[in-house]
Design a protein around this ligand. Structure first.
Ligand SMILES: [Zn+2]
Length: 268
């Protein structure tokens, strides 16, 4: 998954509130699913492929995406195994749907299953990206301590790996988002500024999406944060936050100077 595609997905999942559900229209579904119930449908490769396409379709109704996403997730793993590309894709899509619909605990379990499968297979790259996704899911579920532990582990793995295993932006932005959400703005800024060279390849569009994601988490997460005493006020303006994080990503040298001057890093 490219950095831009990942940022589009995480930004959409972080947005609240949800759009209103559309009416269920069986005629819009792929032919392989016609007349089938996602709870009783048999395990079948063609149905899994159709269910996956339907779950990806953000214009489909929410409940239908959730049920067919669950069908694809369970049956792709049963038919092909956890590491098959279709099973991994189904896992990612189902986790995203769960997060979008506020089933945050279930999203954690799906992310954890994917991480464990890649750990067992000793796939370094997929283990790193899955750990970032698991940390983000834990954070969204309000398990901030576990999220930070997974973040620290991902950062250590990334730092010790050649070229950050090709996923520097995902590791650094996920770490910054989790820390910013818990009100640790200075630590989040330092995470981005100290490793700014590894984010220099991001284009303007990716930086704007990243700033929007950081701003959304910084303003919405404090409402369920485990560290409520440390968390910033949840009513901070999201646009003001967005301007701030874009500035950190575009001109990290300015924020490094502030850090060295022992300023707080909080928006004033
Ligand atoms: Zn928190």
């Amino acid at each position: 998954m490219s950095t831009a595609a990942w940022l589009r997905a995480v930004t959409r999942a972080a947005q609240t509130p949800l759009p209103p559900p559309a009416a269920v229209n069986d005629g819009d579904r792929p032919a392989a699913m016609a007349g089938l119930d996602p709870i009783t449908a048999p395990a079948d490769a063609d149905i899994v492929a159709a269910a996956l396409a339907h779950a990806r379709d953000t214009s489909a109704d929410r409940e239908s995406r959730l049920l067919w996403g669950r069908y694809a997730y369970h049956n792709a793993r049963t038919l092909f195994g956890d590491l098959h590309p279709a099973a991994v894709a189904a896992s990612r899509i189902y986790q995203r749907i769960l997060a979008e619909q506020q089933f945050t605990f279930d999203a954690v379990r799906v992310a954890q299953q994917r991480l464990h499968a890649f750990e067992r297979a000793r796939d370094q790259v997929q283990t790193l990206t899955s750990r970032c996704s698991y940390a983000t899911a834990l954070h969204r579920d309000g398990d901030c301590e576990q999220a930070e532990q997974q973040t620290a582990l991902a950062l250590r793995t990334w730092w010790a790996s050649p070229h950050g295993l090709g996923h520097s932006a995902m590791v650094l932005l996920s770490a910054a988002a989790i820390r910013a959400g818990c009100g640790r703005t200075r630590t989040a800024v330092t995470t981005l500024v100290d490793h700014a060279a590894h984010l220099a390849h991001l284009d303007g569009s990716c930086r704007r999406m990243a700033a929007r994601w950081l701003a959304t988490i910084a303003t919405t997460h404090p409402q369920q944060c485990q560290y409520t005493s440390a968390a910033a006020s949840p009513d901070r303006d999201v646009l003001q936050q967005q301007v701030f994080w874009l500035s950190v990503l575009q001109t990290p040298q300015l924020h490094q100077r502030r850090s060295l001057d022992h300023q707080t890093g909080q928006i004033s």
